[in-house]
Design a protein around this ligand. Structure first.
Ligand SMILES: [Mg+2]
Length: 301
């Protein structure tokens, strides 16, 4: 969705040609991008092709009425809906809201009022999107957070089992990060974490997803990937990271390294065991002197 609320996309649905064209003119003047439809089915057809932010729909229409349309849109999309209803009390406020509408206005529509309600609905939508984004991302590294990691990994395990496709997990930990923090301070440490988040993101392939798992610990879920291919990804990551230098002070030019553990999913094991094996692989990299990659294949414990 666009950050500028006036760039938002609106679909106006009304069987009355005059109302439809007047509303479109008003909305377009305000800067909204407008689509129109003369009924429920046409509205659904437009939504198949064009995503929108808000649907403003009349309630009494031949064929599919506004309530049915609201329900059908809500089953399929996450769009806001404002319902226009007559004074006669055709439908109650409760009915309209229960179907999933965000708000409603009375007909004949006062445009200023509609504009205010539209702005409020859009503001709430943006706020909700922001909160959803914050709930799944780590602020510092811009990677997904640990909570999201468990949700996604669980879904990927289900998929791997169902389709009998390989799935690998990469666990990465920065070497001697405590020393770095103790020497240069936490702010400089945070710079390293943020930069690492960026480097990891740039190394991901289309289906991969990366997470900040703990303080200086990251995970990457690699769907459709066996252990051998996961090692390629890990080597590329380690190389990119080793090339990077940090300047925590004007005199210092510091390189960092990472220890990586890889596990390929073993059919039948639960998520905890899978993660534990990646963790053991990572610790094995640490024990062998750090700055290395360890792969535990599907049969090792
Ligand atoms: Mg009507």
């Amino acid at each position: 969705m666009s950050q500028n609320p006036n760039r938002s996309r609106i679909l106006i649905v009304d069987d009355d040609d005059t109302i439809r064209s007047l509303m479109k003119e008003f909305m377009t003047t305000l800067g909204y991008h407008c689509y129109t439809a003369s009924g429920g089915l046409e509205a659904l057809e437009i939504l198949e092709l064009h995503p929108v932010d808000v649907v403003i729909t009349d309630i009494i229409m031949p064929g599919m009425d506004g309530l049915e349309l609201t329900q059908q849109i809500k089953e399929k999309y996450d769009y806001e809906i404002i319902v226009m209803t007559g004074f006669a009390g055709e439908y109650s406020y409760e009915e309209v809201i229960q179907k999933g509408a965000s708000d409603f206005v009375f007909k004949p529509v006062r445009y200023e009022e509609l504009h205010l309600r539209l702005q409020r609905v859009l503001r709430e939508r943006q706020m909700r999107e922001k909160l959803e984004r914050l709930a799944i991302t780590d602020d510092l590294t811009k990677l997904y957070n640990a909570r999201n990691f468990y949700i996604r990994l669980s879904a990927e395990i289900d998929r791997a089992v169902r389709y009998e496709h390989p799935l690998s997990l990469l666990l990465l930990d920065i070497d001697y990060f405590k020393d770095y923090n103790d020497t240069y301070g936490h702010l400089e440490g945070n710079t390293v974490l943020a930069r690492l988040g960026e480097l990891i993101r740039n190394c991901l392939r289309r289906l991969d997803s990366a997470y900040r798992y703990g303080g200086e610990e990251f995970t990457v879920i690699l769907p459709e990937t066996d252990g051998a291919s996961a090692q390629h990804v890990a080597r590329r990551l380690a190389k990119v990271i080793s090339r990077e230098s940090f300047s925590p002070t004007t005199q210092d030019d510091v390189k960092i390294t990472v220890s990586i553990g890889i596990a390929q999913y073993r059919v039948g094991e639960n998520m905890e065991t899978f993660i534990k094996r990646a963790d053991m692989a990572m610790y094995s990299s640490k024990e062998q002197g750090r700055n290395r990659i360890t792969f535990l294949d599907a049969n090792s414990n």
